[in-house]
Design a protein around this ligand. Sequence first.
Ligand code: B16
Ligand code: MG
Length: 210
Amino acid sequence: HYQGIIFDLDGVICHTDAYHYLAWKKLADRLGVYFDKQINNRLRGISRMESLDIILENSKNVYTDAEKHEFAEEKNEYYRQLLVQMSPADLSADVKNTLDILRKIGCKLAIGSSSKNARYILERIGLGHYFDAVVDGNEIQHSKPDPEVFLLAAQRLGIVSSSCLVVEDAAAGIEAAVRGGFDAAGLGDARVSPFAKYHLIQFDELIDII
Ligand code: B16
Ligand code: MG
């Protein structure tokens, strides 16, 4: 009953969330700021600069905007070094087979990601030309929990939000979906979200929903 599905990228299609953690950890260690996986979970789906602000909540120092931009750039360089090693082997068979089935039954497929690296990641894992629409962090003014990224993706697919499902691993992403008028399916960290209509343990459960 959904004509289209909009997928979050990091944490849903592939596990770049582990790389975000390693890159932020390297920056935090250099700055002498406490950072752990629980804090990392708060960064899911939100923008790079907003993530940095959350990390710096544990810093005794106050930094200028110019310094913060340098830190964000430094983290992104660490992160990009980790992305270089990604290949189509980083796309699980479960995800790839499910996407192929969904597409075969006529579902339009899009990506709605806060990441400015989304297109590069899609290329690395062999999905560079796969989706009907890709909207990423370079094209939006407000990142999740604002619905902008998903609304733009639905518009590109030519489908109204009420006929699109959003698949997310982040609380901020589920909130963005609901605010945009979409039904949401929560995976991973967001599986227990009370705002998600569907709670997925495995990606291929999407086939039964559609
Ligand atoms: P970048 P998603 C999000 O991707 C990540 O979940 C979030 O942790 C990250 O801060 C954000 O992208 C920005 O990423 O630094 O690459 O621009 O989950 O919306 O696909
Ligand atoms: Mg995500």
